[in-house]
Ligand binder design. Structure first.
Ligand SMILES: Cc1ncc(COP(=O)(O)O)c(C=O)c1O
Length: 462
């Protein structure tokens, strides 16, 4: 497959083999696992955002496996680095406390392992003064450990603030912070003391124009400030362990808040010495054209959570925020998957060495310009930062039809929020690939507006 010339080609979607794979998988998979009709064939050709499915369809993947394959398929730099190493049985081993050397010296061994991944992460979070990492296996675990260290650090503080539309994962602690969809929380026991505030959806909003309710009136200041106010507030700041925020909401609908909203959260946290957690699991590691979503705003997080593109989970903070009592936070497999940690470290190296942040900014601009210029009738609110791009369709039904119509033309996209489509191509996507995707998407939008596509199952997955 030649990346410079290959084009999406769909014979039938989903094909007969995909149906058989899905049937087989679903016989044993938990029935509520989100299922998707796209069945990528790992043994077939794939390069950049192009991959081959099990029926031989060539698809243009603008989902990057929900941001967890940030360099697409078979990235040559990553492949070359992996091929260089004579991999020592890259299996899992328990914990970070069983030190394993991956060559010599520790700060630049032959193969990067969990310790080198942590080195790289602390380099990237040094501007926020964060110097210590706890590795885990998933985004939800990164969140669980973030909130645990905050409850521990602010001992006795049992309250927390989250935001409407938030998504932080599906473990019991993480789901207590979710406010995106009822399905994540309904009937599950939750951590007590979590308060939800409105999340700003308008990048241009100010305290005087605010429509989301975070600033009810200009004179009274923000809801966050008001609830902690010593005169008339209902929450004692000493009881508040942390505020957790996605710098840009992902699953909730790719919502880009205003500068004033971010600055206010930062100001109030600082004023009351409350810990601020930035959930960068979807926004981090270059997706938005900066290393962190927080870089676009005034957020100065005390804790950053990362996962997805990192291949493992990470809770990053200052040393003094972490408990030092042995065993207080730990996990058998925490950071123990040498191969995943190695891939994570090499992904970070590749993003830096190939200067991909600039590409992310340029290609994101190109994609948004193409969609805005075409201005298809029922599409609104084309938005984004870097390659975290979204648009709104009139209803969930039209969204699902459009996702299906795009698939039938060979373009993979995702839904989020109530009626938004999200596009998250690999960070090294090229100009030609963005043009191809824009052509396919505009045609799919047209198909779906007329009746068009054949419907099918809702495809909004995480
Ligand atoms: C912002 C955010 N936080 C947390 C998570 C949970 O990550 P995981 O699915 O790896 O548990 C996700 C997953 O989509 C996410 O987007």
């Amino acid at each position: 497959m030649d990346r410079d010339t290959v084009e999406p080609a769909v014979e039938s979607f989903p094909g007969e083999r995909a149906d058989r794979w899905i049937d087989h998988h679903q016989q044993v998979a938990a029935p509520s696992t989100p299922s998707y009709e796209f069945v990528w064939d790992l043994t077939d050709e794939a390069v950049g955002p192009f991959c081959t499915d099990v029926d031989g369809n060539v698809l243009l993947d603008f989902t990057s496996h929900v941001a967890s394959a940030p360099l697409g398929y078979n990235n040559p730099t990553l492949r070359a680095r992996l091929d260089e190493f004579d991999l020592p049985n890259p299996s899992k081993f328990a914990g970070q406390n069983f030190y394993a050397a991956t060559g010599w010296p520790p700060d630049a061994p032959e193969v990067p392992g969990p310790a080198q991944l942590m080195d790289r992460l602390t380099e990237l979070t040094a501007p926020y003064g964060l110097d210590t990492v706890f590795l885990s296996n998933s985004g939800a675990e990164a969140i669980e450990n973030a909130i645990k260290i905050c409850y521990d650090r602010r001992s006795g503080a049992s309250q927390a603030i989250t935001f409407r539309g938030a998504f932080h994962g599906r473990t019991l602690g993480a789901l207590s912070l979710n406010r995106s969809k009822a399905v994540h929380r309904r009937h599950f026991p939750e951590i007590a003391g979590v308060h939800a505030l409105p999340y700003c959806r308008d990048r241009t909003c100010t305290a005087s124009t605010c429509g989301c309710g975070f600033f009810p009136t200009e004179e009274d200041g923000s809801l966050l400030d008001g609830m902690l106010d010593s005169d008339g507030g209902h929450l004692d700041p000493a009881d508040l362990a942390y505020v957790i925020v996605e710098p840009i909401q992902g699953e909730g609908g790719y919502r880009f808040p205003s500068d004033e909203f971010a600055a206010e959260i930062q100001r109030v946290c600082e004023r009351h010495d409350v810990l601020l957690i930035a959930d960068e699991i979807q926004t981090g590691l270059g997706r938005t054209g900066e290393w962190w979503g927080s870089d676009h705003y005034a957020f100065e997080p005390d804790v950053i959570t990362s996962a997805k593109a990192l291949q493992v989970g990470a809770t990053i903070s200052r040393r003094d925020v972490f408990p030092d009592e042995q065993g207080r936070i730990s996990s058998t497999w925490g950071g123990g998957d040498v191969f995943a940690a190695m891939q994570g470290a090499l992904i970070l190296d590749t993003i830096a060495e190939e200067g991909l942040l600039a590409n992310v900014r340029e290609r994101g601009e190109q994609l948004r310009d193409r969609l805005r210029e075409a201005d298809p009738g029922h599409v609104t609110n084309v938005r984004g930062a870097g390659l975290m791009v979204a648009l709104d369709l009139p209803s969930r039904e039209v969204l699902d039809r459009t996702i299906r119509a795009a698939l039938e033309r060979g373009l993979l996209t995702l839904g989020c929020g109530r009626r938004s489509m999200r596009l998250l191509p690999p960070l090294d996507v090229t100009e030609r690939e963005v043009d191809l995707a824009a052509d396919l998407l505009l045609a799919a939008i047209d198909d779906a507006s007329t009746d068009g596509g054949t419907g099918g199952d809702p495809t909004t997955v995480i």
